[in-house]
Design a binder for this molecule. Structure first.
Ligand code: EPZ
Length: 432
């Protein structure tokens, strides 16, 4: 099992390429199920989760072709080279098996498209993960409102809509990114009009909606909390470039904030991550948009502790909570951090404490008191964002930090150690 070793204390200088958004690419790939024509996606990140989704779609009968192959020369570092062509000419199976779904809960995003396209779907319940139970009750309840008959048995969601899905007026009782994406895709092929109220407004949903419109879908209210979808009998293919990954952007901005230095994030869009960059600026970083993306600088002075709570977009993203907590462990003063989205997303706290951080957790809030310095240590990763928060802490810690179980990292960060090493970090992957 690979590990990452960091020797802290080096500021970061230079530039880092930002790839396409993992959390846009996954639903966009599932959208290919809605058409018999080819959906071509560009600016696709090379990540383990993308490969898992490709494998899942292939066992549904989707033809998947990646230009140049994963990680090949022409693909590295260039958004243009990474293209994936998906053609669901015929769906040969509507079963999404447990052994795939358990590895990646985003697999549940095939439920809506399969139901809409084939009138049936059997999708393993994703099960919980480190950060919470992660139920899918909102997906199921809303699909039932579109006429689907759904039962849960033997750990599977067994759904069918023999007469097809019918448009309905759905109001989500709470905001859910995945439920919004499943229902948006299902509604595109439902008979009549579907109104979706209280939907998530994450940029990845707007990106999905724009791609679906390119496929011929009729969607109003894109990027708002109310979507109106006029169903079609079929959708065509299209070409779509995936928007930049705002969480990868925020993660590397956090790396500069904790390690110091000045870096340009090439391909980033500042407007997608302002809830985070505003907090980093409040703490004392200098951030500015550039023609190629954005620059973040932190020279010399110690950062100030800032408070924040995670919220649905446009609030502070939960996927950046662990990374900014790492920064706050070394800030001047205290920082109150509240996690409102997931019930168990503080697993990085005990690991940061082993590096000398002073953090007290009460329920869904963590009080971080800045310390003068962290010391390197062997630490354990538990989920994607907790893993990267430990890498960030290692960049600033005195001595050597070894992060184990980096397969978590590989799910969401492409060539992380290469990108940081290219900016001067003393970081390397130890292959076992
Ligand atoms: C998406 O997960 C992202 N994943 C997550 O990113 C992200 O943290 C999350 O949205 C919130 O922004 C992908 O896009 C692939 P939710 P999702 O449905 O769709 C509860 C990462 O690190 N809920 O918005 O699963 C749920 O338990 C990952 O890249 C229900 O109760 O998130 C959670 O507490 C981690 N019932 C809250 O809603 C449901 O049916 C938000 O979940 C669905 C969700």
């Amino acid at each position: 099992m690979d590990r990452i070793r960091i020797r802290g204390g080096k500021p970061l200088q230079g530039s880092i390429p930002i790839g396409g958004a993992k959390n846009a690419a996954l639903p966009l790939m599932a959208a290919a199920l809605l058409s018999t024509d080819t959906l071509t996606l560009s600016n696709v990140p090379h990540l383990a989760d993308i490969a898992t989704m490709a494998h899942l779609l292939q066992q549904h009968g989707v033809d998947v072709m990646m230009d140049g192959g994963p990680g090949s020369a022409e693909n590295r570092g260039t958004a243009e080279g990474r293209r994936i062509h998906l053609t669901a000419r015929e769906i040969t199976s509507t079963l999404a098996p447990y052994d795939i779904v358990r590895k990646m809960r985003a697999s549940v995003l095939v439920l809506g498209p399969l139901l809409a396209r084939c009138g049936e779907a059997e999708v393993s319940l994703p099960g919980g993960c480190a950060i919470g139970t992660r139920p899918v009750d909102l997906h199921i309840a809303a699909l039932r409102e579109l006429g689907a008959e759904i039962e849960i048995s033997n750990g599977y969601i067994k759904a069918h809509a023999r007469k097809g899905l019918k448009g309905a007026h759905v109001r989500f009782p709470m905001i859910s990114v995945g439920a919004t994406e499943n229902l948006l895709m299902a509604a595109c092929l439902a008979e009549g009009t579907t109104v979706l109220e209280n939907v998530a407004r994450e940029p990845e949903i707007g990106d999905l909606a724009r791609c679906l419109i390119g496929m011929g879908a009729d969607i109003e209210g894109v990027d708002s909390e109310r979507l109106v979808v006029h169903g079609k009998t079929s959708l065509g293919g299209t070409e779509h470039s995936i928007l930049p990954d705002r969480i990868e952007t925020g993660t590397y901005a956090a790396a500069v904030a904790i390690a110091g230095g000045a870096v340009e994030l090439v391909g980033a869009r500042l407007d997608l991550i302002e809830a985070v960059t505003d907090k980093l600026a409040e703490a004392g970083c200098d951030i500015a948009a550039t023609p190629r993306g954005l620059t973040i600088k932190r020279n010399g002075s110690r950062l100030k502790g800032v408070d924040f709570l995670t919220q649905p977009f446009p609030g502070f993203p939960t996927d950046m909570q662990a990374q900014v907590m790492s920064i706050m462990t070394l800030a001047d003063g205290a920082s109150m951090i509240t996690e409102t989205i997931f019930e168990n997303r503080f697993m990085h706290v005990p690991e940061l404490a082993r590096m000398g951080a002073n953090i007290v957790v009460h329920g869904t809030s963590a009080l971080v008191r800045g310390v003068q310095g962290l010391t390197g240590a062997p630490v354990m990763a538990t989920d994607l964002r907790a893993s990267v928060s430990l890498v960030l802490a290692g960049l600033a810690a005195q001595g050597e930090t070894t992060v184990n179980r980096v397969y978590h990292l590989d799910r969401g960060y492409e060539r992380l150690e290469e990108k940081l090493a290219a900016c001067g970090a003393d970081i390397e992957r130890l292959r076992n």
